[in-house]
Design a protein around this ligand. Structure first.
Ligand code: ADP
Ligand code: ZN
Ligand code: ZN
Length: 749
């Protein structure tokens, strides 16, 4: 044992939340730093761990400390701010440290996968004349190899040279053994920069000159960056106002200082155009490598991309939620595009919100975070009003293009007049026809938040519900089946009502298929294509459809709101929203906000080219606030009205909410534990917390588990979360009751 071995503190990636101490052999110290991934012995096994402190002091007997066994990578895989971020996430989201680290460090790295390496060869020691003569007569092949390598200007790949000269490994090794050539191994990058996301739809564009409004915003962002330090700015720009150009301008400022950039989008596959545009523009900087981080990467690509960021070979990452953990040193800017998107929230432990983590990371790094959107979330809007965030506005579309005119069709009147249920109103049909004749394009959106294609009996009102989950099953016409989208259960569609035996059981609501049929009926000559969950699953098909739509091969595109994000097609002059209010009538205090966002985003797809756009919104509640404010394009006014109502009920963002869900196969037992838990919280915290429940969740049963919830309102989430986690730790949970805590929940179903 060496008394001068260094001591390091480590967070193990194992099921306990402790910091452990180890000794590091002197030979290993140089390979290690804060954030290194190491293998260490724990009991009789080995586990991975992240080094959190070098030169630590431990209050245990030095001689009892074990040695670190191995350092996995040359680069540290977490930067110092990321280590702090991990601790914050643990406290805020009430998650185990291991769960947090598993989320922050990509799988292939945790598995210790090594980067692929290639061997490169160059000249070594200079042989004497005698050596060369000896080589020429005794080993002519080695001589030929040597001569060839001498002619190269830079190290060449070993495998290529041997192939080219048709030489064996033995010849190579013989020469290598003599020291006349030198070999080095280099990391081969299976890099995702070459990934084709965004390319098919994206054509190179000429240099863009910022307009006056954009210039003002870009200047404001640059000034904030020049001042240095942490700041958050909302970039509130109407759809089509050119937010991306402003981001790019700020990104350029960071790159000019040699700093790195984190650019977050809600989902890479759904925002191919934004991702494509950013990447193509940055590719003009020869020395800047951009990593696109998304769920379709292979393990090898994942490893290489992360390592490229950790080593500084790549400085920019464009990606979804988890890219917020990219190990970029010297970060200069964080951009969160479409900050209002619910997709930023992870729905498994740790249930973090990508936007909020991004803001906190910006705070830890002392840099600017830009949150961009046309429809700010109430959370962000409140932070602007409180003066915590700055705000920059883009009020005009580029090139003075008009925002589309929105028509609201009252479907109650429509049905009364035509005396039958109908999917497409007279106005929408008329406008669709007109666009088709003018050779312009249309998009029809379906609001998928409602359960839009279930089966309902017209006589008794019975709806077919999944036996394992308390949700209506979805009708699939292609194979005449009903499927549950929660548990995947499948059944044949019934021919008569299981309740009253009436044969008037029908397919209710409007799936994408049904709208596609209705459009085909009124426009038999038009090319109508549908994008739904199936299409989305197939990356190439999705891209192909977008490509065909762009090139004008498709006249009408039918899809769910999933495709509403970020699409930019200049020839689209009509957007129809078929069932605007399905998202209004759900038990969620964000129902108004979501409906409003949806309408504004959807109508933002119209009139992005030289032709003006129009929007037709079909609704049964034409006077609802979200619909009227969206029609008038009054975002601030909507936010003010909505903020007032949230404040009245003290809903988020006026207080924080922690939602706790209890689930298990035995409803009485689950409820019992929920009640016990709530009682303990009340006993311990009294008036310091407002508690509601336990009550059944709106999806009472999911995958044969009964679900109950308790809501806790608080002004200090960290304190309350610590109490709740503490109380959960004192309860002896049976194996068939699971409880989950969700801080700032987005899904309330
Ligand atoms: P937003 O994200 O605000 O909806 P985008 O950034 O997608 O808007 O920009 C909309 C379109 O306008 C894009 O095709 C973009 O290339 C173009 N654009 C942006 N800024 C300018 C400009 N200053 N001059 C000309 N075209 C621009
Ligand atoms: Zn019936
Ligand atoms: Zn089910």
């Amino acid at each position: 044992m060496e008394l001068d071995d260094e001591i390091v503190a480590i967070w193990p990636l194992a099921g306990f939340d402790k910091t452990l101490h180890y000794r590091v052999p002197a030979s290993m110290v140089a390979q290690m730093s804060e954030g290194s991934l190491v293998r260490v012995p724990v009991g009789r096994r080995f586990t991975l761990g992240v080094v959190v402190e070098m030169r630590a002091t431990a209050d245990v007997n030095y001689s009892k400390l074990k040695l670190v066994s191995q350092v996995l990578y040359e680069q540290s895989i977490m930067t110092r701010p990321l280590l702090k971020l991990a601790e914050w996430m643990r406290a805020y989201y009430g998650a185990k440290r291991e769960a947090v680290l598993e989320t922050m460090i990509p799988g292939p790295i945790r598995q210790g996968m090594s980067p692929k390496r290639n061997k490169y060869v160059s000249v070594g020691e200079k042989p004497s004349l005698e050596d060369l003569e000896a080589l020429a007569c005794r080993a002519p092949k080695q001589k030929a190899l040597y001569d060839f390598i001498c002619q190269q200007f830079k190290p060449q790949k070993k495998s290529l040279i041997l192939e080219r000269l048709n030489l064996s490994g033995a010849t190579y090794n013989g020469l290598l053994g003599k020291g006349f050539i030198r070999e080095e191994s280099r990391i081969a990058q299976r890099i995702a920069y070459q990934d084709d996301i965004g390319k098919a739809e994206f054509a190179d564009e000429e240099l863009i000159v910022l307009n006056e409004e954009q210039k003002v915003v870009a200047k404001s962002l640059r000034e904030t960056m020049d001042k240095g330090g942490f700041a958050t700015h909302l970039l509130h720009g109407v759809t089509g106002s050119g937010k991306t150009e402003v981001y790019l301008n700020a990104m350029q400022a960071a790159l000019d200082r040699g700093q790195g950039i984190l650019f977050l989008v809600p989902e890479v596959a759904l925002t191919p155009q934004t991702v494509g545009r950013i990447r193509s523009r940055l590719s003009r900087y020869a020395d800047v490598q951009t990593v696109v981080w998304h769920s379709h990467l292979s393990d090898g690509e994942r490893l290489d991309a992360w390592m490229a960021l950790a080593s500084g070979a790549a400085k920019v990452v464009v990606g979804a939620r988890s890219a917020v953990f990219a190990p970029i040193e010297n970060l200069g800017l964080i951009v969160v595009d479409e900050e209002h998107e619910p997709a930023y929230k992870q729905d498994e432990t740790p249930r973090y919100h990508g936007r909020d983590v991004a803001v906190y990371r910006a705070y830890l790094e002392g840099v600017l975070c830009v949150l961009g959107t046309a429809t700010p979330s109430l959370e962000t809007y409140r932070n602007v009003k409180r003066g915590k965030y700055g705000i920059d506005r883009l009020t005009q579309r580029v090139d003075d293009r008009a925002l589309p005119m929105m028509h609201v069709v009252d479907m109650r009147q429509e049905i009364a007049r035509r005396r039958k249920a109908t999917q497409l109103s007279t106005l929408l049909v008329e406008k669709l026809r007109n666009r088709f004749e003018q050779k312009e394009q249309s998009i029809l959106f379906i609001n998928r938040r409602g359960f839009s294609s279930s089966m309902m009996c017209q006589d008794c009102g019975h709806v077919v519900i999944c036996d394992h989950c308390s949700v209506p099953m979805t009708y699939h016409r292609s194979d005449e089946t009903l499927k549950c989208h929660l548990c995947g259960d499948e059944a044949d569609a019934p021919l008569s009502c299981p309740e009253c035996k009436s044969n008037k059981i029908r397919w209710k609501g409007m799936g994408t298929q049904r709208i596609e049929d209705a459009v085909t009926k009124v426009l038999p000559k038009a090319k109508v294509v549908r994008i739904d969950a199936d299409t989305m699953g197939r990356k190439h098909l999705f891209r192909e459809i977008l490509g065909d739509f762009r090139s004008g091969k498709i006249d009408v595109l039918v899809g769910t709101q999933m495709i509403a994000k970020g699409l930019d097609f200049p020839n689209v002059t009509l957007v129809g929203m078929v069932d605007a209010d399905l998202s209004l009538h759900i038990p969620d205090f964000r129902a108004n906000e979501r409906t409003f966002q949806l309408l504004v985003q959807v109508s933002g797809r119209a009139g992005r080219g030289d032709l003006a756009g129009e929007v037709v919104v079909q609704t049964f509640t034409p006077h609802a606030d979200p619909i009227q404010f969206a029609r008038r394009g009054e975002v601030d006014a909507f936010l003010d009205v909505e903020a007032e109502s949230r404040e009245r009920f003290q809903y988020p963002p006026y207080r924080h909410l922690i939602r706790q869900v209890f689930r298990g196969p035995n409803p009485d037992k689950v409820l019992f534990f929920a009640e016990q838990f709530a009682k303990r919280v009340e006993a311990k915290l009294g008036k310091r917390v407002e508690l509601r429940g336990p009550v059944p969740c709106s999806i009472e049963k999911m995958k044969d588990n009964y679900r109950f919830q308790v809501w806790y309102f608080t002004s200090n989430i960290g304190v309350l979360m610590a109490e709740l986690v503490g109380i959960a730790g004192t309860i002896n949970w049976p194996s068939d009751v699971i409880q989950v805590l969700d801080a700032d929940p987005i899904s309330l179903s």
